[in-house]
Write a protein that binds this ligand. Structure first.
Ligand SMILES: [Zn+2]
Ligand SMILES: [Zn+2]
Length: 134
């Protein structure tokens, strides 16, 4: 069982497991939401929130919502609604040591001003969307 929380602690969660291999998304929405950088997320199973009282949910598209703390604003997750699949922000876990960046998505949306090191797949928007549909 893994645990995590937002910056202020009003939103706490547990999950059964999470992939140690995580994404970095450079899409316009993720960069705006995160405050400028890419959003690091990882697929988590059986996510449970201790209370939904401080958890905000924003429908950012027809197929997904983004969860955040209403008190401190921490971006908690991106969720595929129909599949009920939670992509948790990597930084909200209490122990972030197991996580490793293994994929960048929407690489063609990344501004020139920063780049991430490492030898891993970098998918364009078209490549990312093709794989999300399959
Ligand atoms: Zn908070
Ligand atoms: Zn994104």
């Amino acid at each position: 069982m893994l645990t995590g929380r937002c910056l202020c602690g009003a939103v706490e969660f547990t999950c059964e497991s999470a992939s140690t291999e995580h994404n970095a998304c450079h899409c316009d929405m993720c960069r705006r939401w995160s405050g400028g950088g890419p959003l690091f997320t990882t697929h988590a199973k059986d996510v449970t929130f201790r209370s939904e009282a401080s958890l905000g949910r924003f429908a950012s598209s027809d197929w997904a919502e983004r969860g955040f703390c209403k008190a401190c604003g921490t971006p908690m997750f991106y969720r595929f609604v129909r599949a009920n699949a939670y992509m948790m922000s990597v930084g909200v876990f209490d122990d972030t040591s197991p996580f490793k960046l293994t994929r960048e998505i929407f690489i063609d949306k990344k501004p020139e001003g920063y780049s991430l090191a490492g030898d891993h797949p970098r998918w364009t928007e078209a490549e990312t969307l093709a794989r999300m549909k399959s």
